[in-house]
Design a protein around this ligand. Structure first.
Ligand SMILES: [Zn+2]
Length: 376
């Protein structure tokens, strides 16, 4: 009798422990994809580039303060200075791909090197020939968020936030069945809050520096507050300032935008890890839509990106969450492509994206190892 009670207590406390700790083999219950527009792999892996801080191609008037802020003796120190959250948390607890200096390549397959084709490839798993540029055509393919929003475990819980008008077309806002914030004007979907009301006032009053593109502060703060109030399980967050400042060849502001994007990622992740719904049950994938040129590939081209600018095809991707081995910066691994990201994200939740998009590239085997157990 006594032994039986002991076993019973052991069984109860064991299952209680499992419920709290969420074993690594358990599929993720929340999926978050963050894309930082046009942030080059070069800065992600080697930090600020001294050449652009001391040279007219970076439009830098006073190099000294910029060098003091960002320049360090090694690539490792420089990248952690620029993106401290990515390198102290994501790259330690998860994995990061795309350091071409270390035998890890990540590339687009759409051949365009511009934003809409890149977002579409990452979100839909295919390089779609009809999406040639940033023209406002409705995406012919469902995004992985649309797929998730129709799965039983995620039904009706997707939401997308981005600083760019084109996201309405990328996500098929009219028909996808979940809220899409394109960063322009007030965002009124879902349950509001006093903070969202203030943000909406700012979103209608702060002028736009670039046509159709909001400052990231307005979009990201809206997304973070909306998540707390409305609790989505499949979330997209797109930040755009890195790309806009780079197009202006303003290296100082490009670096500021990258550093701020990293701070937003930290704020997002720290909230998720402090909340019972998300803590230990959330995949975070971070990537970009395209690369950009390089000083040594084509003069002055670091700020440009397109099919004719070499380097625009090179990207990077980081991922962490339950079931993802903490292998850190990946070196000497199989090449990965942007078309694999949708299937990889879905796979961390035990879902097979190819059921929605048979043409989608398969998941990245390196991330999860053997096929994860399916959802019960
Ligand atoms: Zn651009």
């Amino acid at each position: 009798m006594a032994l039986r009670n002991l076993l019973l207590i052991a069984a109860v406390s064991c299952s209680a422990h499992v419920a709290q700790a969420q074993p690594a083999s358990q599929p993720a219950e929340n999926l978050v994809l963050v894309m930082i527009d046009g942030l080059r792999w070069q800065e992600v892996f080697t930090g600020a580039d001294e050449r652009y801080m001391t040279n007219a191609v970076g439009k830098v008037e006073k190099p000294e303060p910029l060098l003091a802020r960002w320049h360090r003796g090694t690539p490792e120190e420089r990248r952690e200075t620029l993106m401290p959250f990515l390198w102290s948390v994501v790259a330690k607890e998860g994995q990061i791909f795309g350091n071409r200096y270390k035998g890890s390549t990540a590339d687009i397959t759409n051949g365009r090197g511009v934003s809409y084709p890149g977002y579409a490839e990452a979100l839909c798993g295919v390089a779609e020939p009809v999406i040639k540029d940033n023209r406002h055509i409705v995406n012919p393919n469902p995004t992985v968020l649309e797929f998730l929003n129709q799965q039983e475990a995620f039904r009706g819980t997707a939401a997308a936030f981005g600083s760019w008008q084109t996201f309405r077309f990328i996500f098929r806002a009219e028909t996808c069945g979940f809220p899409v914030d394109d960063g322009n004007g007030a965002f009124t979907a879902g349950t509001g809050s006093p903070e969202l009301a203030v943000l909406n006032r700012l979103r209608t009053e702060v002028p736009y520096r670039w046509p159709g593109v909001a400052f990231d502060a307005l979009t990201v703060n809206t997304a973070l507050e909306w998540v707390k109030v409305n609790r989505p399980r499949a979330l997209f967050l797109g930040m755009g300032e890195t790309d806009e400042w780079a197009h202006e060849y303003d290296y100082a502001r490009y670096l500021d935008a990258a550093h701020q994007a990293d701070a937003y990622l930290r704020r997002l992740w720290e909230f998720l890890q402090s909340d019972a719904q998300y803590a230990g049950r959330t995949t975070l994938m971070i990537t970009c839509d395209h690369g950009r040129g390089d000083l040594f590939l084509k003069d002055r081209a670091w700020g440009d990106h397109n099919g004719a600018t070499p380097g625009s095809e090179h990207i990077w991707m980081a991922i962490l969450g339950p079931g993802i081995q903490p292998l850190g910066e990946r070196t000497n691994v199989e090449p990965i492509t942007q078309s694999q990201f949708a299937a990889t994200l879905a796979a961390t939740a035990g879902l097979d994206f190819s059921s929605a998009q048979p043409r989608a590239a398969g998941r990245i085997a390196e991330v999860l190892g053997p096929r994860p157990t399916a959802r019960p």
